[in-house]
Design a protein around this ligand. Structure first.
Ligand code: BES
Ligand code: MN
Ligand code: MN
Length: 455
């Protein structure tokens, strides 16, 4: 690669390090929890903070409140650009400034909204997801400074954790500001903080609420129990019917897939158990590579279940039970198709003919990278230089549903999914953190990559 070179960029990132850490700490302190209200003042403050930080690195940035499809006010989005040469490629940098809630601060070892450095990591809600993405873009732009040779557009979203409800109307209203040749989505992560990765695929996701009804009203469990199963038990039987004896989701019409670009390295079951905190006696469900089970095969999780709490329960048969299934779909299957297959299956498996009703939630499509594109090769080379080792392809079980939407609206744009996360990062959980080693190399990678794309 010609251009600034590794050492020059490393030096510039090193000299900028205190600013990058301050940025992350400042961002964490804002507590930009979108679940507390996308349109809240705290979200406006967060967007303004980000716009100011982008301005410091040469981006002409501003905060714009989006409008939902129904005309109501939406999220505080940050958009900006720096055009250096009309003939050069244009790269859109994406991250999100909203963060997940903290339902139980006592589960944290440090204050969730104070950035705390400890053992090479910075702890705090949003330190990785996705404050890290903002820090990567900011650090890379600072490092390139006036040597920037590509045009930059930036979009830092304010409602990603809520499923991006106003995303489409927002892009449609700002098409020019999104138009680009390459979109770098820094909202995923690396194999580990030492081994870099491009994310090769993301799963889709969809929700389904199911109500199982057996009685018109609750009745005495001694008087009627036996021939009449309570609705909680019937719901449990219905849920269990989705799985085969290996614990695999086995619903006809819900597709699986294989790792995109081939499986370079499988996940280590012991590491996955450790990262997730699995109890010793539990055997991991399913067959085939662990990578395929986590990245490209479907999974269904019961994320809500309405039943009487144990405390204060009394001797009645529950009349009806509602639960919510979160279905993660293979990267290339349309989630609505998988959702329909699930509804058909559950309808035909109503235990003992119980009444089953459905309410379908939002759908988000998965995504698969084009492993043969030139820009993938550029990114891999940048990673190799910055981390000093070969990157390892990695799929993700999580979802970033707007990526396929971007691809639909800007078909000529390539998409690279990178990001600050690593398996120790605890995104969405207590004690979320970012590896500072990984962050520094991610910044160097992005700077090298942008530099390699210039004329
Ligand atoms: N950054 C995550 C997506 C992700 C998770 C990438 C794990 C790589 C590894 C993103 O912020 C997220 O949480 N997405 C949601 C999307 C949902 C709200 C539609 C998800 O996956 O649950
Ligand atoms: Mn994220
Ligand atoms: Mn997230």
């Amino acid at each position: 690669m010609t251009g600034l070179g590794l050492e020059e960029i490393q030096g510039r990132v090193g000299a900028d390090w205190a600013r990058i850490i301050d940025l992350l700490k400042g961002k964490i302190a804002l507590g930009s929890v979108s679940a507390k209200g996308i349109t809240g003042e705290h979200m406006r403050n967060s967007a303004e903070f980000v716009a100011e930080e982008l301005t410091k690195v040469g981006i002409d940035a501003r905060v714009v409140q989006s409008t939902n499809a129904d005309g109501t006010p939406g999220a505080f989005e940050v958009i900006g650009s720096r055009i250096v040469d009309e003939t050069a490629p244009t790269v859109l940098l994406y991250a999100h400034h909203d963060v997940q809630p903290v339902p139980d601060p006592t589960a944290w070892e440090t204050d969730p909204f104070t950035g705390v450095e400890r053992d090479g990591r910075l702890y705090g809600r949003g330190s990785a997801d996705d404050g890290g993405g903002i820090a990567i873009h900011s650090g890379a732009l600072h490092a390139l400074g006036d040597d920037l040779k590509v045009n930059i557009k930036v979009f830092i979203e304010g409602e990603e954790e809520m499923g991006s409800p106003s995303f489409i109307p927002f892009i449609e209203a700002h098409k020019e500001e999104f138009d680009s040749d390459l979109i770098i989505v820094a909202d995923s992560g690396n194999w580990s903080d030492r081994i870099p990765s491009l994310t090769t695929s993301l799963r889709g996701n969809t929700d389904l609420d199911v109500t199982v009804k057996v009685l018109e009203h609750p009745v005495h469990s001694g008087q009627f129990g036996g021939p009449i199963l309570d609705s909680n038990t019937l719901a449990a039987m219905l849920i269990a019917s989705m799985y085969n004896d290996k614990g695999e989701l086995a619903v006809p019409g819900i597709e699986g897939g294989q790792p995109v670009g081939g499986l370079q390295r499988d996940l280590d079951p012991d590491q996955v158990r450790k990262d997730a905190g699995v109890v010793d006696s539990y055997r991991l469900a399913g067959t085939d590579s662990l990578a395929s089970r986590l990245w490209t095969k479907p999974s269904a999780s019961i994320i809500g279940f309405d039943a009487h709490p144990v405390e204060g329960s009394f001797n009645v048969l529950a009349d009806q039970t509602r639960f919510r299934i979160s279905l993660r779909t293979a990267p290339t299957q349309r989630p609505e198709e998988a959702q329909k297959a699930l509804v058909d299956f559950l309808r035909s498996h109503a235990p003992l003919g119980a009444q089953v009703e459905f309410s379908c939630g939002e759908n988000g499509m998965g995504w698969a990278m084009d492993p043969d594109s030139q820009v993938v090769r550029n990114a891999e080379e940048a990673m190799r230089q910055a981390f000093g080792c070969d990157p390892v392809n990695k799929g993700e079980g999580g979802s970033i549903p707007f990526i396929p939407e971007l691809k639909r609206l800007f078909p000529k744009a390539q998409v690279l999914v990178t990001g600050p996360e690593d398996p120790k990062g605890n995104a969405h959980s207590p004690n979320e953190s970012i590896s500072l080693y990984g962050l520094e190399r991610n910044i160097v990678t992005e700077a090298l990559l942008l530099d390699s794309l210039g004329n």
